[in-house]
Ligand binder design. Sequence first.
Ligand SMILES: CC(=O)SCCNC(=O)CCNC(=O)[C@H](O)C(C)(C)COP(=O)(O)OP(=O)(O)OC[C@H]1O[C@@H](n2cnc3c(N)ncnc32)[C@H](O)[C@@H]1OP(=O)(O)O
Ligand SMILES: Nc1ncnc2c1ncn2[C@@H]1O[C@H](COP(=O)(O)OP(=O)(O)OP(=O)(O)O)[C@@H](O)[C@H]1O
Length: 762
Amino acid sequence: MNADADAVSLARALQAEADRANERRVLVLAGSRHRGYDRLESILDALPVPITGTTLVGPEDRLRCEQCRQVDASDLLGTTRDVIAVDSHDELQPNALGKVTGAVDGGGLLVLLTPPLEAWPERRGAFADSLAVPPFELDDVTGRFKRRLVRTLRAHRGIAIVDLERDRCEADGLTDPAPRLATEPPTPPSDHRFPTAAYEACLTADQVAAVAAFESLHGTERAVVLEADRGRGKSSAAGLAAGALALDGEDVLVTAPAVRNAAELFDRAGALCERLEGDAATVDSRRIETAAGGSIEFREPTAAVDILESADIVIVDEAAALPVATLESLLAADRIAFATTIHGYEGAGRGFSVRFRDRLAESEHAVTDRTLVEPIRYAAGDPVEAWAFRALLLDARPPVDQLVTDATPETVEYRRLEPDALLADERLLREAFGLLVLAHYRTEPNDLARLLDAPNLAARALLHDGHVVSVALLAREGGLSPDTRAMMYEGGRVRGNMLPDVLTSQLRDEAASEPVGRRVVRIATHHAARSRGLGSHLLERIRAEFAAGSDDGDGPAGVDWLGTGFGTTPGLLEFWRENDYRTVHVSTTRNDASGEYSALMLAPTSDEGGALHDRHADWFVRRFAALSSDALDDLAPDVARALLRSADADAGPSLSMTAHEWRVIAGAAYGPGLFDVDPGPFRDLVVRYLVDDPDTVDLTDREERLLVLRALQGHGWETVADRLEYHSPGQCMRALGDAFCPLVDRYGSDAALEVRARFVDE
Ligand SMILES: CC(=O)SCCNC(=O)CCNC(=O)[C@H](O)C(C)(C)COP(=O)(O)OP(=O)(O)OC[C@H]1O[C@@H](n2cnc3c(N)ncnc32)[C@H](O)[C@@H]1OP(=O)(O)O
Ligand SMILES: Nc1ncnc2c1ncn2[C@@H]1O[C@H](COP(=O)(O)OP(=O)(O)OP(=O)(O)O)[C@@H](O)[C@H]1O
């Protein structure tokens, strides 16, 4: 038999076994690219799988089947394919691998076309190129992620490896699974309100329980949360429930990141409505109407927020992939359900579990939770799912709570997490990466490759009894050549230098990328050990290690600055401020994923870093008032307060109001004057007060919010009165005047104090 026939019969045997077990199998075709494609074509011809069920994920349309590029792998999320072949000769994007693996059906094959496995880790493709950020070059990028990947391919069950160069089968991937037991169809709950047909349409007992959870939405102020790994049928369960609710006359509003994410939901809901109402129901891909007077309608997330009031019930599918701010706006709905992916961070954010769960818990909604465990696309125990989880660390978790509950700054050891050490110690890698995933809504498989291979990144951790309790990811930034600096200043982009890039290109400071710094890209403390000073301790140790001139500094002369950039919340700003980081910028648009404005902060560690900080802090304070009534007029007042409070107290101009302007301010505070006639000087005063030490003036939180909303952001009296719950605009006006009194007392010039004396008996 020739080699071609061998590979074909192996593929057939693999596929037949996958089919019998309702599991998936992986077939690696390792060798030259043309041999890989030749063999793949013979295999596809021979497999009993229609070409319409096959997708090639690669740079060129080289087969007769559907094709997409790795960057477009998200198109396959939530879809189900019989065979997916990934051409990874030019590059392999870890994110794409995660997405496509989840889309292979039970009985299906994932085929990987790779270079010879020994040589693969050393190949540098487009993804590696993206890790070579200036001043580093492609040769500085390492191949650890791929070395680990090859190790997992060789170690895991269900993975066949064919060496095309030596015409040799390295592993046949056959697992000889036990025969599948016939499973009983799930039964409806004994007592139910939804039609029996909704339960009969379920494929697993988990799905029945999930549909039943939606019955709680008949009450008021209710929320349902369905959580599951990919392919457990949560969208379908939500669809059956949506159908049942619409059949009961309810108007159901469905939203998801894109309409294709809601396709399964509408399929299942449509089928149920047609089954129970026949032609009386009208079914479309975005709208279903029932004869009972109910409806199901799809709207994109922002549009959905605008029409919440018109719906009885809202269902949010793929909630993890929506910005937290959008999820919060949706919570205004009285009855709402969220379906979300747990370990599917290959394509879904972590915003839902990281930030939104707390806010849901604080809301008035009574929450019913259901987790769907049983897979539907393939059988439980599928070896390819186990491999993908391991290879991409999709299920990486921080240590269990008990291991770290006693951690304090005194018990922990500071550790540099060198990539080789991480590669050699799977538990350390899982704990550190797991902590980053759980704590951050945007950690994805590409980040695992970055952690292992990117020359500009470094990780540091605190270990308690050998377990990771706090972790930080640092990026080297700045130190760029004069040519690169000029290029950035003139509008060019440079990768991987976020802080210098913004300071140079947006804030017009050509010298900003000359000093060298370390940006804290991410920091996380184990949730069982927060608020004990561990995060601060880690930052302290990092500063000691990297500070300019320190002996054990990483690099010859240490760094000029430490910095950070993150989606602002008052609590986080407070954390960084306490650790001596100071605000130098806030973005003028909201982050797509978090829905928050981002702040940039600096903690200088040398004279050059100090100079960089000082001029940017000054510019930041100077521009803040104008920004607040423009791009930042929807910034939350508490965030605006925290941003200014975290700026350096010496930054910004000192007050320079004329005597007349002081009379206007003092007249509005103590006399019959009006803020509205000349808001400018009032704003300067508010900015100065919020940047200075606030303890010197006695204002309440509400009064400070009033200063931000009215004086800085320029919202109208009616709006401000409404938001801060003043009885009337008139009362709000008087409150603003009162709020300025202590500011006049603290800052007022002689002219101001003279005005005050006319109205106050001193
Ligand atoms: C660039 C970035 O990574 S920014 C994102 C930071 N990371 C995250 O948001 C992940 C989730 N959060 C965490 O892992 C932790 O809360 C960290 C890393 C922010 C802080 O770690 P900890 O070990 O708790 O820090 P530490 O004990 O030194 O300081 C805690 C103080 O920071 C402030 N703080 C930090 N986060 C918050 C928050 N979300 N809300 C309110 N206050 C906060 C508080 O002042 C808090 O003190 P308190 O608990 O007494 O009120
Ligand atoms: N009750 C059902 N009846 C028929 N098909 C179903 C049912 N439940 C799930 N499926 C099918 O199983 C697959 C996975 O279901 P679904 O998309 O609902 O799961 P999911 O958990 O939302 O997965 P993903 O996150 O991958 O989209 C889909 O192809 C879907 O059509």
